[in-house]
Design a protein around this ligand. Structure first.
Ligand code: MEV
Length: 304
C-alpha cells in the first residue's frame, strides 16, 4: 500500500466486552474488533512545511524517533475515520497503528507487527499515560482477544452467530481522566476494588466461552454484569444509562458501556437475525447506532 510518494495504513475500532479499567490492574479483559469502523491514514511526501499539531504530530514525532527516515515536516497527513474520537472504541490506538503502518511503508519498510505494536504503545503512553495495551493489540491484530497485562494475548475464536450493536452517546471523555478517576477510587478502598476485580475476571472467562460458542444469551448476561461493575467504579453516566436502557427496551439481551466510560460508546448484543430490528427500535428512541451486524474479524494488516 505504497506508491513511493504516498502510503496508506488502516486499523479497526475495538470494543471491550468486559474487563476495562480492571485490566489496568492485571485483570483479564476480552475485546473484539469492529470491522466496519475503520481508520485510514495516508502519508504523502511534501516539501518541508509547518509542524503537525495534536496527537497526529505527537505520533509522527514518535515514529521518526523510533524508525528514522522521513521527518514529520516533510509529510502530508490525511486521516479518514469511522471511529468517533474519545468514545472508548480505541480511536487513538487505531490512529497510531494506522500511522505506523503508513510511515513504515512510505520509508520502504515492511510494517512488522512488533515494530507497529511498540510504536503504537509509545503513542498510547502519550495519549493515556498508563495504557494496558489492549487497544493497541486489537487494532493491530483485528482479532477478538483475551488480554492480560504482561502475558501474550490469546485469540478468541469468533462465532458469527452473535449480533453486536455499537451506539455512540455523543459524549467524548478522555481516557486518561477516567483512568485517573478509577485509580483514586481504588486507592480509597482497595479491598472493595479487588472484590470487583475478581468478579470482572470471572466474567472475562464467561465472555471468552460465550464468544467461542456463539452463545448470545450468556454474552448478554456478561454485558449486564459488566455494566453493573463499571457502575460501581463510577464510570457510568446518565447518558450511558439512557442508551443502555433504550437497548434493553429495544430487545437487546444485554448492554453496557465500553472502554473508558464517562460517556462514550455502548455495546448491545442479540441474535444476528434480530439485530436490524433491535437497531431500528434503538434509532427510533433517538439512539445514534453506528454499527450493527454479526461479530467478525478485521482483515489483519501489517504482517508482510
Ligand atoms: C480503554 O479503552 C480501556 C481502559 O481499560 C484503559 C486501558 O486498558 O488502557 C479504560
Amino acid at each position: 500500500m505504497s506508491s513511493g510518494r504516498s502510503a496508506v495504513g488502516r486499523a479497526p475500532a475495538k470494543a471491550i466486552v468486559v474487563g476495562e479499567h480492571f485490566v489496568v490492574y492485571g485483570c483479564p479483559a476480552v475485546a473484539v474488533p469492529i470491522p466496519d469502523l475503520v481508520l485510514q491514514a495516508t502519508l504523502s511526501r511534501r516539501d518541508p512545511g509547518p509542524p503537525h499539531a495534536g496527537h497526529v504530530g505527537a505520533c509522527l514525532a514518535v515514529l521518526h524517533e523510533r524508525f528514522g527516515g522521513l521527518p514529520p515536516e516533510s509529510l502530508d497527513v490525511s486521516v479518514k475515520s469511522d471511529i468517533p474520537w474519545g468514545s472508548g472504541l480505541g480511536s487513538s490506538a487505531a490512529l497510531s497503528v494506522a500511522l505506523a503502518r503508513a510511515y513504515l511503508r512510505l520509508c520502504g519498510r515492511k510494517p512488522f507487527a512488533d515494530d507497529v505494536r511498540e510504536a503504537s504503545l509509545a503513542c498510547e503512553r502519550i495519549a493515556h499515560g498508563r495504557p494496558s495495551g489492549i487497544d493497541t493489540e486489537v487494532a493491530l491484530t483485528g482479532m477478538a482477544l483475551r488480554f492480560e497485562r504482561g502475558k501474550p494475548p490469546v485469540p478468541v475464536p469468533i462465532n458469527g452467530r452473535i449480533g453486536l450493536i455499537v451506539a455512540d452517546t455523543g459524549v467524548a471523555s478522555p481516557t486518561s481522566e477516567m483512568v485517573a478517576a478509577v485509580a483514586a477510587r481504588r486507592e480509597a478502598d482497595r479491598a472493595e476494588f479487588d472484590r470487583l476485580l475478581q468478579a470482572a475476571a470471572q466474567k472475562a472467562d464467561e465472555a471468552e466461552n460465550a464468544l467461542a460458542l456463539g452463545d448470545t444469551d450468556s454474552l448478554g448476561s456478561v454485558l449486564i454484569a459488566g455494566q453493573a461493575l463499571l457502575d460501581e467504579i463510577g464510570v457510568v453516566t446518565e447518558e450511558v444509562r439512557r442508551v443502555v436502557a433504550a437497548a434493553r427496551e429495544a430487545g437487546a439481551l444485554g448492554a453496557k458501556v465500553t472502554g473508558a466510560g464517562g460517556g462514550g460508546a455502548v455495546l448491545a448484543v442479540h441474535q444476528v437475525g434480530s439485530i436490524p430490528g433491535v437497531a431500528a427500535r434503538m434509532r427510533s428512541d433517538n439512539v445514534r447506532v453506528i454499527s450493527a451486524g454479526p461479530l467478525g474479524e478485521f482483515e489483519p494488516e501489517g504482517e508482510p
